[in-house]
Design a protein around this ligand. Structure first.
Ligand code: TYD
Length: 133
């Protein structure tokens, strides 16, 4: 499975660091929605879905967590812990998030509005769709 990590330029000086996100530039799509998770409990696992069409970019603005990404054939665990890097979550990738650090703020940029009908929340259905197209 191809994992895409996007590196954002860091504008840092003695005052601190600054990262810029611009659609169709550092973010490879038009951004329709941004959401973020915080106060996530360490032993909680969430996600457990894939999207039919949605493209997303996840950025650990603060702290760290792990992602499980599964394309139906292969599953990979990846630590996201760098606020100058984003992890692309492409359509038809089953994903779970876990091992949140106490201070974790995970921001997600999405190329469309929230639409429950774009979600596949059942793993067996996901596998079946991957296999049968
Ligand atoms: P949920 O999909 O369960 O989060 P996760 O996949 O990270 O475990 O979303 C939690 C709640 O927030 C759920 O009631 C749906 C709602 N929600 C929105 O209303 N809009 C959104 O853009 C998102 C991502 C979630």
């Amino acid at each position: 499975m191809k994992i895409e990590i996007i590196n954002f330029p860091k504008h840092g000086d003695e005052r601190g660091a600054l990262v810029v996100l611009e659609e169709q530039k550092s973010v490879p799509f038009d951004v329709k929605r941004i959401y973020y998770m915080f106060d996530t409990k360490k032993d909680v696992r969430r996600g457990f879905h894939a999207h039919k069409k949605l493209r997303q970019l996840a950025i650990p603005v603060q702290g760290h967590c792990k992602f499980l990404l599964d394309d139906g054939n292969e599953s990979i665990e990846i630590l996201v812990d760098n606020p100058t890097q984003g992890l692309m979550i492409e359509p038809m990738i089953w994903h779970e998030m876990f091992d949140y650090s106490e201070n974790c703020v995970l921001m997600v940029l999405a190329d469309d509005y929230y639409d429950e009908s774009d979600y596949i929340r059942n793993y067996e259905e996901f596998k079946q769709r991957v296999t049968n197209g």
